[in-house]
Design a protein around this ligand. Structure first.
Ligand code: PEP
Length: 250
């Protein structure tokens, strides 16, 4: 049985004051014991979130990391070891907003590897654009994004990783994949992993991301291969995010 996970990606939102208010709001939520809950604040607020959420069993992660594991001469970057040093447990790898900025599968392979080497759990984000979906290329695109990691490091690395399927056309748009559309891609991802190692495939958590809200979470999380969600906009509202977490615990 896979333990569900709900993760909030705060993206580049927040101020010290609004982060404090969000943490306070999360503190009031009844979070289900059977669900792993995580948040990904902007880097400058990670320490504030870790301190504010330590009694709440909410893990904190980074939205991105450098391609190098250790500290060094890489101006403007933060290494996975540094994120681990301040208490981060996870890191997003390959969010579509970063792929759109030019991050290639090769760069993301390196980020994935150095994140794991530093003891962080990578959350590998995959997903197709609207054009790719309309051209019938969804499974090919997602298969290549996932296959890049499998070819480089073997499927075993997913024993200590999470995968988030996030159709680009559903991120921040209010459009959500139907539960069946999401399930079809999740099943294909699991089958791709199972072709190499059925045990790894059975254990890995596959999150859906793309305009998840309390109103659609129960249906999405009810699908057999959807193990929770990666939530953007709705994670900035503590009550809404709490309700999404509770939906994963049903
Ligand atoms: C995301 O940024 O990962 C995301 C899924 O955003 P939203 O929930 O706002 O679509």
């Amino acid at each position: 049985m896979r333990r569900p996970m709900v993760a909030g990606n705060w993206k580049m939102h927040g101020t010290r004051a609004s982060v404090a208010a969000l943490i306070k709001g999360l503190g009031k939520q009844a979070l289900p014991g059977g669900v792993d809950v995580a948040v990904f604040p902007p880097g400058v607020y990670i320490d504030q979130a870790i301190k504010g959420l330590q009694d709440k069993k909410v893990a904190v992660g980074a939205q991105n990391c450098a391609v190098e594991q250790k500290q060094g001469a890489l101006t403007g970057e933060v290494s996975p070891e540094q994120f681990a040093d301040v208490g981060c447990k996870l890191v997003l790898v390959g969010h579509s907003e970063r792929r759109q900025m030019g991050e290639t599968n090769e760069m993301l392979n390196r980020k994935f590897a150095v994140a794991q080497a530093a003891g962080l759990v990578p959350v590998l984000c995959v997903g197709e654009t609207l054009e790719q979906r309309q051209a019938g290329e969804t499974l090919e695109v997602v298969g290549q994004q996932l296959g890049s990691i499998i070819e480089a490091f073997g499927v075993e690395v997913f024993a200590k990783a999470v995968i988030a399927y996030e159709p680009v056309w559903a991120i921040g748009t209010g459009l959500t994949a139907t539960p069946q559309q999401a399930q079809d891609v999740h099943a294909a991802i699991r089958a791709q992993l199972a072709a190499k190692d059925p045990e790894v495939a059975k254990g890995v958590r596959l999150l859906y991301g793309g305009s998840v809200k309390a109103a659609n979470a129960v249906e999405l999380f009810g699908m057999p291969d959807i193990d929770g969600g990666l939530v953007g906009g709705a994670s900035l509202d503590a009550d809404e995010f709490g309700a999404i977490c509770r939906a994963a615990g049903n």
